[in-house]
Structures are given as structure tokens and as C-alpha cells.
Design a protein around this ligand. Structure first.
Ligand SMILES: [Ca+2]
Length: 180
């Protein structure tokens, strides 16, 4: 095989390899696991800092936070969200699940409904007030629709005993890692 052909094959193999890897690996927000079809880190649209996350139809993400409460204490969860051309029948929400220490215990859930249609950045919140001490909190967002995008930024949670301490990690989606 002529040398020039070998170089062409090598370049084509490299391009193919990069394409395959970029399909399998993409940027993720640290500490946020994708759900369903996942999410995209958006460096062009954000409410604070330089990034947000964008959900397409069938998108989702989640983070589990260890609280290890000794006494029941309400947790205030706040977030910013905006939407673009989301069909009105779409179902989009952030669910907050509070898990008790007892593995057989039933978790309590709270829901923040996210906007449909086209909306500017708006802040939403809920108060998670479980009857029993919370061992861990699961915060998960999902978007089930047929068209449009929903953005999230500054997903934060605070306990009244320390209202300055946001317990959600990478809540503004500024820390980015590569992942699948
Ligand atoms: Ca941000």
C-alpha cells in the first residue's frame, strides 16, 4: 500500500474514533447524574455564573445529598428555571425525595412544577418538611414532552439552622467533567 494511502486511512480512522468517542462521552455537570436521555451543559444560557443545564424532551438529571439529620428539620429547596417552546401538555418538574434512616421506611416527596411554553428565568421553591429525620435527599428533574427545552440553574437547598450553607453540590452547574 502506498504511504499516502496509509496516511489517509489513518486520518479517517482517527476521525471515526473521535466521532464514536464524542457520541459516548460528553460534558457533564459534576455530581449530577443523567436520567433518561440526560441533559446538556449549556455555556450560552445561564442565570448565574457561566453555565446552566438544558433538558430536552425525555431529559433528566439527579443528585443525592446526604443530610444525616438528628432531628427533623425542614429544608428549603430553591431553583431557577426557564423554558423555550415547550408544548403545554408537557410534564416537567423537580422532585425532591426525603429518605428516612429506616431502609424499609417510605420516602416523602415534594414537587416543583417547571414552566411550559416560553418563559424567562423564574425562581421556584418548595419546603421539604418530613416527619422524621432525613438521612438523604434525592433531587431529580425530568422533562417529558414532545418539543422544546427547559433550563435549570442554581438548584439550592438550605436548612434553617444554617441558612447560609447550600447543601447541594455544584448547584450552579459551573464544574464540568467528561462522562457518559
Ligand atoms: Ca450557573
Amino acid at each position: 500500500m502506498p504511504r499516502s494511502h496509509r496516511i489517509i486511512y489513518l486520518v479517517l480512522a482517527l476521525i471515526l474514533g473521535v466521532l464514536v468517542l464524542s457520541r459516548l462521552w460528553h460534558r457533564q455537570a459534576r455530581f449530577w447524574e443523567p436520567r433518561k436521555d440526560g441533559y446538556a451543559v449549556d455555556a450560552r444560557v445561564c442565570h448565574a455564573g457561566e453555565r446552566s443545564v438544558r433538558l430536552g424532551t425525555s431529559g433528566g438529571l439527579a443528585q443525592e445529598v446526604l443530610l444525616n439529620q438528628l432531628e427533623p428539620e425542614p429544608i428549603r429547596v430553591t431553583l431557577w428555571s426557564r423554558s423555550s417552546e415547550v408544548n403545554p401538555e408537557a410534564s416537567a418538574a423537580v422532585e425532591v425525595w426525603a429518605f428516612p434512616y429506616d431502609p424499609q421506611g417510605i420516602p416523602s416527596g415534594w414537587v416543583i412544577n417547571l414552566p411550559t411554553g416560553t418563559t424567562e428565568w423564574t425562581q421556584y421553591e418548595t419546603l421539604v418538611a418530613a416527619e422524621h429525620p432525613i438521612q438523604r435527599l434525592l433531587i431529580q428533574a425530568y422533562f417529558v414532552g414532545v418539543r422544546g427545552h427547559i433550563w435549570l440553574d442554581e438548584v439550592e437547598a438550605f436548612a434553617p439552622s444554617d441558612p447560609e450553607w447550600n447543601i447541594v453540590l455544584n448547584s450552579s452547574f459551573e464544574e464540568v467533567v467528561w462522562g457518559r
